[in-house]
Design a protein around this ligand. Sequence first.
Ligand SMILES: Cc1cc2nc3c(=O)[nH]c(=O)nc-3n(C[C@H](O)[C@H](O)[C@H](O)COP(=O)(O)OP(=O)(O)OC[C@H]3O[C@@H](n4cnc5c(N)ncnc54)[C@H](O)[C@@H]3O)c2cc1C
Length: 398
Amino acid sequence: MSTDFDHIVIGAGISGLGAAHFSARRGLSTLVLESSDRIGGCLNSQHFETLGGFWTEAGGHTCFNSYGNLLSILDDLGLTDRVQPKVKVGYSLWKNGKRRSILSALHVLEAARSIPRIFREPKAGRGVVDYYGTVLGQRNYRDLLRHAFQAVICQPADDYPAEVLFRRKPRRKEVIKAFTFAEGLSTIPDAIAAQSSIEVRTEQRVSAIEPDGEGFRIRVENAGAIRCAALTLAVPPDAATALLPKSFETAREAIAGIGMAEIETLVLIFRTGDLELKPLAGLIAVDDAFYSAVSRDFLPDENYRGFAFHFRPGVLCREAQVARACAVLGVKPERVAAQSLVYNRLPALRRGHTDLVQRLDVALSGKRLGVTGNWFFGVSVEDALTRSRAESDRLFGV
Ligand SMILES: Cc1cc2nc3c(=O)[nH]c(=O)nc-3n(C[C@H](O)[C@H](O)[C@H](O)COP(=O)(O)OP(=O)(O)OC[C@H]3O[C@@H](n4cnc5c(N)ncnc54)[C@H](O)[C@@H]3O)c2cc1C
């Protein structure tokens, strides 16, 4: 069959760009189609040109030396030596209008009594409230862990599958433990996409996929069709469900029920002198309109400080969000030097998710279609790339 590309990837988040990197390294002609006007998806370092290019992360902010698949890509791109260490600053709780230490919410005796259960309690098939309420105690879960988990996944956490949070991964000890880049984590998608072996097209919304001989015909809105021998979907589960062709009905049924959490991320920048607040990594909110706030203090700048407040959707209007964030930071809204609003989306996984993935994998077996994303092993950059690597090996051989 004559095709336009050996491999087309739909979605230019880190999952899709990782999938493209792995196939391009195999010498396959690779095209990435992205519906929005920018690449990177949830990796989104917001640069403010009016403030000398100062940036703050609106999405993912930290990578670790346990991210083996990511590090292999950074090695390929010559980026491993350019990682920047993060200054150690701590998280606090934001509760009842005050900053408090995390330890203030810990019930030490309950934790000491419960923790031995961690060696015998199975994680698989259990929700976060069930598992962590058992191994650290119900009061610790209610007063601390629930809010800490919500802060990480930016959505209600109780029914989230326990086994996809905090999986142990081997560390590359010669690399800094927690890192970013001088220009933020968008350096990673930008560098992958800049390779001459990968073509990336933005503002290309895929409207339909049709099987075409042994390959696929991809229909792009307001553009023609493109043919490929192999295809990888690297989009959120709702988009993947909508795009899977009719002949993949069993695959579609397996993932059709997976929900998405919407997050309204408000990025605020201040002149350093306008804030009295001591440097901090971020805030874990307890029952507030926002789940968490993450600062840029891990890479200090002499002129500016930046914060990303991850708000629950539809609770506060933009003006009220700015007012709430400023009240939390102890600064007047007039002092905001720059701001932006970013809509983030993360998968809302539920107990039993692993079974859905198994059903999907059975349905995909033997097909030239891969499905990847941050909704397989977990939500981190490395979880996404672990799936992209596995799908690449399945489609093109190890
Ligand atoms: C606030 C926040 C903080 C985080 N912090 C961290 C962290 O510190 N460390 C960490 O490891 N992880 C973190 N994560 C998680 C991690 O950043 C994400 O899970 C990961 O970047 C998701 O990558 P992805 O490619 O799977 O999905 P996405 O980034 O969502 O990319 C999917 C892409 O597909 C595109 N798309 C959708 N539909 C179509 C279509 N029909 N046609 C073409 N394109 C389409 C979208 O526009 C998007 O660009 C964080 C996430 C968030 C939101």
